[in-house]
Design a binder for this molecule. Sequence first.
Ligand code: FES
Ligand code: FES
Length: 184
Amino acid sequence: MAGTVHVSIDVNGVPREAEVEPRRLLVHFLREDLGLTGTHVGCDTSNCGACTCSVDGEAVKTCTVLAVQADGSSVTTIEGIGDEGDLDPMQTAFWEKHGLQCGYCTPGMIMASKDLLAHNPQPSEPEIREALAGNLCRCTGYHNIVKAVQEAAQHPRRGEAEPPPVSEEGRETAEEFAAKGTGA
Ligand code: FES
Ligand code: FES
């Protein structure tokens, strides 16, 4: 294709080859060309951190990188760290500590948090807050995100912490709701 550049990028352990426009941002390559929509776009101006992924082992805001700059790199997105039934410890910790509400910031928060623990396995609370300063959350007030990172630091391996039965909360609420009647 005229005006395009061939790129070869390992994404979540899978070699991907593509022809991209030189101006194509890595985040758009991941989301639109590969369909990996777990990586979010909150601002496109490097402010929010929603697009954070791991590139060659470092947390990178993928809206700040061109796909051509990632040629030859290994990229890990939120889809690459765990899935239902086999969550990454950081995903489990966010679940357990209620480190999310709407979830829009969460993939980026989790990838940035994993990067922190990869470099500093036992961070202090100020270190956690500083490391996540480039990731914005409009919902949680950050306290439970910090607790989640602390929890993941305590349980860094899969299977060390069981996800709470979140559905129990829903069931309790439903039972309470049923007990009270619907008012209909
Ligand atoms: S979308 Fe990349 S930092 Fe906001
Ligand atoms: S959980 Fe909604 S923006 Fe963070």
